[in-house]
Write a protein that binds this ligand. Structure first.
Ligand code: PRP
Ligand code: URA
Length: 224
C-alpha cells in the first residue's frame, strides 16, 4: 500500500519506511525521458542534472537554518539562511558524478567528497578504488548521490565508509531505486533515509533495474 502526503508530492510505503519517493509531476516527466533508449547522451546528462537539483530540494527540506539580519533598500529585517558549507555531497563514482552540477547549481557552497566504487559484473559486489572526503566530517550533513540503487551494495558500502570516518548525519539520493536496494539499505543502515525519483519493479539476473534506464554510467559517459 502506498500512502500520500500533501498534494501527492511524495509517497511512502509502510514496508519501506526508509524510502521517500518524490512524486512531483516535473520529476516524473524527466524520469520518463531519461528511461527512453533513444535519449541522446547530451540530453541524458542534462536530465540527470535537473533531476538531481529537484531531488536535492527534497533531500534538504529538513535542514536547520540560521537567522541573520539584512538591510533591504527600505529597512533592516531578519531572514533565514542555510549554511551550505555544512553540507557535503558525496557522489559515488562514476555515475554519481553526473548529479553533481545539478546539486551545486542549487547549493553552490556545498562541499564535495568522492567515493570510487565499481560493481564487479559477476559477483555484483562493489570494489572500492577511491575515497576523499572534506574534513571535518562530524559537523556535516552528507548526501550520498548515485543515479541507481540496484542491489544496494555500492550505496551501503559508501555509507559504511562515511560512518567509519566519523560521519553521523547521512542521507542518500538516487534517481531509480529497486525494492531490493532499498531493503538492503534498511537492513544495513536503517538511520539513512533514501530519496528517489522512482521505485522500480525488480532486478534482473544481472543486477539491472527493471524497467530502469540501463547502465547510467555508460549512458552518461558514452562507454559500453
Ligand atoms: C552502477 C551505479 C551504482 C551501482 C548500483 O555503478 O552507478 O554505483 O552500479 O548497483 P548496486 O546497487 O548493485 O551496487 P557501476 O558499478 O556500474 O560503476 P560506474 O558508475 O562506474 O558505471
Ligand atoms: N547500475 C546501473 O547503471 N543500472 C542498473 O540498472 C543497475 C546498476
Amino acid at each position: 500500500m502506498t500512502t500520500t502526503a500533501g498534494k501527492e508530492m511524495f509517497s511512502r510505503s509502510p514496508d519501506l519506511p526508509n524510502l521517500i519517493v518524490t512524486r512531483h509531476p516535473l520529476l516524473r516527466h524527466k524520469v520518463t525521458l531519461l528511461r527512453k533508449r533513444d535519449t541522446p547522451k547530451k540530453i541524458f546528462k542534462e536530465l540527470v542534472d535537473e533531476i538531481a537539483m529537484l531531488l536535492a530540494y527534497e533531500v534538504t527540506s529538513d535542514l536547520g537554518t540560521e537567522t541573520v539580519r539584512v538591510e533591504t533598500p527600505l529597512e533592516s529585517t531578519t531572514g533565514d539562511i542555510v549554511l551550505g558549507e555544512r553540507l557535503t555531497l558525496v557522489p559515488i563514482l562514476r555515475a554519481g558524478l553526473g548529479m553533481v552540477d545539478g546539486v551545486l547549481d542549487l547549493i553552490p557552497t556545498m562541499r564535495v567528497g568522492h567515493i570510487g566504487l565499481q560493481r564487479d559484473h559477476d559477483t555484483l559486489e562493489p570494489i572500492d578504488y577511491y575515497f576523499k572526503i572534506p574534513l571535518p566530517l562530524e559537523e556535516s550533513v552528507f548526501i550520498v548521490a548515485d543515479p541507481m540503487l540496484a542491489t544496494g551494495g555500492s550505496a551501503s558500502a559508501a555509507v559504511t565508509y562515511l560512518k567509519k570516518s566519523g560521519a553521523t548525519n547521512i542521507r542518500m539520493m538516487c534517481i531509480v531505486a529497486s525494492p531490493e536496494g532499498v531493503r538492503r539499505m534498511l537492513k544495513d543502515h536503517p538511520d539513512v533515509s533514501v530519496y528517489a525519483a522512482a521505485l522500480d519493479r525488480e532486478l534482473n539476473e544481472r543486477g539491472y533495474i527493471l524497467p530502469g534506464l540501463g547502465d547510467a554510467g555508460d549512458r552518461l559517459f558514452g562507454t559500453e
